[in-house]
Design a protein around this ligand. Structure first.
Ligand SMILES: [Zn+2]
Ligand SMILES: [Zn+2]
Length: 740
């Protein structure tokens, strides 16, 4: 409705408004010339990497300095475009019209914003987009290097009334094609040739990184079942060799949705050529069969038809998605009748808004691929996580669009991607890139992405993660125990919530699996500890040891002294069924002060820590109310000495003496924690002095509650190391801990 009205009221004469004219729309603004790149690189070398994190700037893109007259240094300087209400009135301005396309996105693509009705101020910013990936010529980092080639315009508002969006140059008016927008040939039908070219690029130019299965050959061999596929030429179910090249379908069955399943009874019938043409198949499967043919492939695997669904059927995919040549994702809709929009004529309508803002400069709206993918029902489900993560390459049908994603690149229909290795903003938040990172980052990123998803049956929390877990274990050569990375227990245990969590009772509270909700690790550098880790299975008497820790033990906060040990079995028998962590450490008492709601929007876990251009933080997620409090930790003088994020319900416990387990040591607080406290009136001078020292040091602490001799995790925070001297009574002391 909105869109229609807007188009109808389009005036005869189009001209840029005063605000938009300041953006200097000329083709050259969208191009990064090699000379600039040289200048950027030398500046890069002078700047230290941590400065970027602090300012949130795009590395290699700096605000204009007075003495730099070169007009190309436009990046990252916000340009005010006016109030939303004023932009709505400027029907004559082609750029304002594009901005409104971003503001008024269809509801299913837009997260509701509390500020949508406010008359927000809208800004535009030039940001680096396309980057060419080259080998690290200086051999310094061992990481690939990226050379910026193109820019897009980022559109956003303060306060955030809509999801940030981009405006890109159409390649018809660009000096080269790559990284620029592409006009769709047909609005209702996908272009099979384009899709084939994506697959070909990946097969021929991305090398082993995309071709090699993530699943270790040893695990692959464990599969024992016969491999069946749909033969799309003969339209029947057929047995294929184990190394057969096939396409796999990942889709949602839908609640109470009736569809055809293969059983031993109908298998002979479905195996006769032509049988499937006579059956009534769900739209999604019909479309995928058609697509498989269009792509020139012969075999298609769908769980409904390739597995035999007899009584007692247990779903077991035998690493199908890791073995598939291509995974087709039906990400639109709620059930198996959603289809693959774009495969049949008239099955979608894609309105591509293009405006010629000045003669020779044609612009279009573009939203990041992951922005669309993440809004799909398919991507919100826990079980589809491993299907996506383990696939070599995915062809995703979401929101009426088609995206291709492999471990290196993301391709989309309305943007031209380079045939050589390249990176664009569309690769931001691409989950499969985590496998290029350091071991602990692979592990934490996988868990963080996974815990953002929904699970119908809460008891499946570890089961739906098992595939990715096994792959990680083989890759990292370590065991993951109840969701924690065994050789780095000290770091694994300091996971925190990024939203309010609800307890999942059948799993231990020290594991993220014991909670429902999004979790995060604030630190990826190692926590150092003095604790020797043990665990007791289900109240068994003997204690199991964790493997030698990758980080050497350090001296404890206070000298160790003897005390009687308890038997885990005796305690566990009547108070806990899930495994207990059994260890000795220092316990101290503090109270909570100055609680305040956490308001900060949660940045995607990938955005904040991946290396390479994915680290660029240019688009903000919609602001959310995480339901958390950031609370100060106070010593016996009532002075602030640390910080912890807790569920809002802890507000009433402010001022009460609470027990904290001292777990490990880090070099400092997290930046966002300091952002809350450093400028607050509660922040004592003594803390400020202490933090001026290089590597001042903090302890990671776990706030615990106690139930019949077993402690339970309530939250993780940090205190200054000096805080132990001023803890409440009883004074810090060693204790034998059972953490359930
Ligand atoms: Zn304008
Ligand atoms: Zn690839």
């Amino acid at each position: 409705m909105l869109r229609k009205r807007k188009l109808d009221s389009r005036p005869e004469r189009s001209y840029l408004c005063d605000y938009c004219s300041t953006l200097k729309f000329e083709v050259e603004s969208f191009v990064v010339r090699p000379k600039e790149t040289e200048q950027r690189r030398s500046e890069d070398n002078r700047r230290k990497s941590h400065e970027f994190r602090h300012t949130g700037e795009v590395p290699g893109a700096y605000p204009v300095k007075q003495d730099q007259k070169k007009k190309k240094n436009l990046d990252n300087v916000p340009r005010y475009l006016g109030r939303l209400s004023a932009i709505r009135r400027k029907k004559h301005c082609p750029f304002c019209r594009l901005v409104l396309e971003i503001v008024d996105r269809p509801l299913d693509q837009r997260a509701p914003s509390a500020f949508y009705d406010d008359d927000a101020s809208v800004f535009a910013k030039w940001v680096i987009d396309g980057q060419e990936e080259v080998a690290d010529d200086e051999g310094v980092s061992g990481q690939p290097q990226f050379i910026p080639r193109t820019r897009r315009v980022l559109i956003y508002s303060e306060p955030q009334a809509f999801k940030d969006g981009y405006i890109a140059l159409l390649n018809e008016t660009a000096p080269f094609k790559e990284f620029f927008g592409r006009r769709l040939k047909s609005h209702d039908l996908l272009d099979a040739e384009v899709i084939k070219s994506w697959i070909k690029t990946c097969e021929h130019q991305h090398g082993v990184e995309c071709e090699e299965s993530l699943v270790h050959p040893v695990l692959m061999k464990q599969q024992k079942n016969i491999l069946r596929c749909i033969d799309v030429e003969n339209m029947c179910v057929t047995v294929v060799p184990q190394d057969c090249r096939f396409v796999a379908l990942s889709y949602l069955w839908g609640k109470n949705f009736e569809q055809l399943f293969t059983t031993s009874e109908n298998l002979p019938r479905l195996s006769t050529p032509g049988a499937l043409s006579k059956e009534s198949l769900p739209q999604t499967i019909k479309d995928t069969i058609r697509l498989t043919k269009l792509l020139g492939e012969r075999y298609l695997w769908t769980d409904s038809l390739a597995l035999v669904h007899d009584a007692g059927f247990q779903y077991h995919d035998d690493w199908i998605y890791a073995r598939a040549h291509l995974t087709v994702v039906a990400g639109s809709g709620q059930n198996a009748n959603a289809g693959l929009p774009g495969v049949r004529k008239g099955s979608r309508t894609w309105h591509q808004s293009i405006e010629e803002v000045v003669p020779g400069v044609k612009l279009m709206v573009s939203h990041l691929a992951e922005d669309y993918i993440a809004t799909s029902q398919w991507d919100s489900r826990a079980w589809t996580f491993q299907e996506r993560m383990l696939s070599r390459r995915c062809l995703l049908f979401v929101n009426g669009r088609v995206y291709f994603q492999c471990r290196r690149s993301t391709f989309c229909e309305d943007m031209e991607m380079p045939t050589a290795n390249g990176w664009s903003l569309d690769s931001i938040d691409m989950p499969t890139r985590i496998f290029r990172e350091k071991p602990f980052v692979q592990f934490t990123s996988a868990v963080e992405l996974y815990t953002r998803r929904e699970l119908t049956n809460p008891a499946d929390i570890l089961a739906a993660f098992a595939g990715v877990q096994q792959v990680l274990e083989k890759r990292l050569n370590a065991t993951i125990y109840y969701g924690l990375f065994e050789p780095l227990m000290d770091s694994s245990l300091i996971w925190e919530s990024s939203k309010r969590l609800v307890r999942r009772n059948d799993f231990p509270s020290w594991s993220w699996a014991g909670w429902l909700g999004e979790i995060q690790w604030r630190f990826t550098d190692s926590a150092r500890s003095w604790i020797q880790w043990h665990h007791s299975e289900d109240g068994a008497d003997e204690t199991h040891h964790f493997p030698p820790q990758m980080v050497p033990r350090i001296d404890p906060p206070i000298p160790w002294h003897k005390y009687p040990r308890r038997s885990a079995r005796k305690v566990a028998k009547d108070s806990s069924a899930s495994p207990l962590l059994h260890f000795d450490t220092v316990v101290a008492t503090f109270s909570l002060v100055h609680p305040q709601p956490v308001r900060k929007a949660i940045i995607s876990p990938l955005r904040k820590r991946l290396t390479g251009p994915s680290a660029l933080s240019t688009v903000r997620p919609a602001p959310a109310d995480p339901g958390l409090l950031r609370t100060g930790i106070a010593d016996r003088n009532g002075m602030w000495c640390g910080t912890i994020d807790l569920d809002e319900k802890w507000q009433v416990r402010t001022g009460v003496a609470l027990k904290f387990l001292i777990m490990s040591r880090m070099s400092c607080f997290a930046e966002e924690e300091m952002a809350t406290w450093q400028d607050s009136p509660f922040f004592p001078d003594s803390a400020e002095d202490e933090m001026k020292r290089f590597d001042y040091g903090v302890y990671n602490v776990v706030l615990v509650s106690e139930n019949r001799g077993v402690y339970h995790r309530e939250g993780v925070g940090r205190i200054l190391t000096s805080a132990l001297e001023n803890a409440l009574e009883p004074a810090p002391h060693w204790q034998d801990i059972l953490l359930g």
